[in-house]
Ligand binder design. Structure first.
Ligand code: NAD
Length: 430
């Protein structure tokens, strides 16, 4: 099968890691880094591939292929989610790990970057098959994981339940209770208040900051959101509560438009009753299903939130994007070629390594609480998240103004500068 090839890319002409390096190079050039400084921090430090045998419910054994990439750990343990998806491929996992390194540096949390993935379709597995796959993946990699080494979290296709199985597997191996080995756990198991919605909350905080600079009144703004999973659905809920009109939403089943604005509470109820998808939403009054779901990206809205997968806005459709502000909920949804087109067209992009960093910020707070054994309330978490997101936006915006670069280049400049400084302070071992 094509998707079992570790180098398989959904669109072979768009390699996510190549895109990531293009972004890196643009910022590194502005910082006048030396070739040595670049060489030390650009490529992943460690790439591991594992074969995961799983006993299926019919008694047969299926071998799944999994990865973990540790991009950099000079600022702290590697940190980053695990993706379960049929199109997972090594360039994608490398890119996602790379973005984590600089994302953690932008919000200044003491982590490096990592990411993992398993080529599988979690929706096609029974709950027990998913549990066996999750546990065996974690067991195969238990030597490299650990609260001071590498700390996974949820990403596309994984959930707080999967994190519970990861944490339990690791704790059983070490014969110790070690909740800090993963974040994004259920609150009952040492998860943090506010973690589930943290990524979307961070997106809202950065949208508010950007809207102020753009003189955009969010109460009168229309929004389209691609993807209705953890990030997209909470973004819809929070932006709706902010007073925005959510005119379009989508998931794997299609894109759904309501010109008067979706009633998000009703949509969330519908999702609960429909196997956690938006399928059948067009039957709701005022809702129309688009023939081509990709057209959601081109709708005439004020704010566009891509919150699904990478490489959605490319040089093919960038010239047709109409939003004034694009907030990258997903990682890597805009290719470098599309970035240039959007910049020329004066469309502001809040880059992923800033925009969706609320997730890793609350993951950091979760890790701190696990290590202290003392837990904060929701109010405390929100206060810290808001402070960190606002400050990070300001830091990036300042560089953007001073150096006359896009928000993306500015965010990378900040992240790369922080990683390089620490790398130089530590020096090379032997
Ligand atoms: P998820 O699995 O909860 O949801 C993904 C959503 O995207 C689902 O609704 C799915 O149906 C939809 N989708 C998939 N392919 C699609 C397509 N072609 N068109 C439209 N919708 C499609 O995943 P998530 O955790 O919400 O992650 C979404 C994105 O946000 C990813 O890029 C992820 O790396 C990024 N992200 C997630 C977090 C987090 O805390 N979960 C943090 C930072 C960044």
């Amino acid at each position: 099968m094509k998707a079992q090839d570790p180098n398989y890319c959904p669109n072979p002409s768009i390699d996510a890691f190549e895109n990531a390096l293009t972004q890196f190079n643009a910022a590194a050039q502005k910082l006048n880094l030396t070739p040595d400084q670049i060489a030390v921090i650009r490529e992943p430090r460690r790439i591991i591939e594992v074969q995961i045998p799983v006993r299926m419910d019919d008694g047969s054994i299926k071998i799944f292929r999994g990865f973990r990439v540790q991009h950099n750990n000079v600022r702290g343990p590697a940190k980053g989610g695990v993706r379960f998806h049929p199109n997972v491929n090594l360039p994608e996992v490398k890119a996602l790990a790379f973005w984590m390194t600089f994302k953690c540096a932008v919000v200044n949390v003491p982590f490096g970057g990592g990411k993992g993935g398993v080529i599988c379709d979690p929706k096609a597995l029974s709950k027990i098959e998913l549990e066996r796959l999750s546990r065996r993946y974690f067991a195969e990699l238990s030597d490299i994981f650990g609260p001071e080494r590498d700390i996974p979290a949820p990403d596309v296709g994984t959930s707080p339940q999967v994190m519970s199985w990861f944490m339990d597997t690791f704790s059983m191996h070490r014969k110790q209770h070690l909740p800090a080995v993963v974040t994004g756990k259920p609150v009952e198991l040492g998860g943090s208040e506010g973690r589930t919605e943290a990524t979307a909350q961070g997106i809202l905080y950065t949208i508010r900051e950007a809207a102020e600079h753009l003189d955009l009144n969010l109460k009168k703004s229309s929004v389209a959101i691609q993807g209705f999973g953890n990030v997209g659905s909470f973004a819809a809920k929070l932006l709706y509560a902010e007073g925005c009109k959510i005119t379009a939403i989508s998931d794997v089943t299609g894109a759904y438009v309501n010109k008067k604005g979706h009633d998000i509470a009703e949509v969330l109820k519908h999702k609960k009753l429909n196997n956690l998808t938006l399928a059948g939403l067009e039957e709701m009054k005022g809702v129309e299903k688009l023939e081509d779901p990709m057209k959601l990206l081109e709708l005439d809205v004020d704010v566009l939130v891509p919150a699904a997968l990478e490489n959605q806005i490319t040089d093919e459709n960038a010239s047709r994007i109409k939003a004034r502000l694009v907030a990258e909920g997903a990682n890597g949804p805009i290719t470098p070629a599309a970035d240039e087109i959007l910049e020329e067209r004066n469309i502001t992009v809040i880059p992923d390594i800033l925009c969706n960093a609320g997730g890793v910020t609350v993951s950091y707070l979760e890790w701190v609480q696990n290590r202290m054994g003392y837990y904060w309330n929701e109010e405390r978490i929100q206060k810290d998240l808001q402070r960190i997101m606002r400050q990070s936006f300001k830091d990036v915006y300042e560089i953007c103004q001073e150096s006359k670069v896009s928000m993306r280049v500015a965010a990378f400049m900040l992240g790369i500068r922080r990683v390089t400084e620490v790398s130089e302070l530590r020096g090379l071992y032997a």
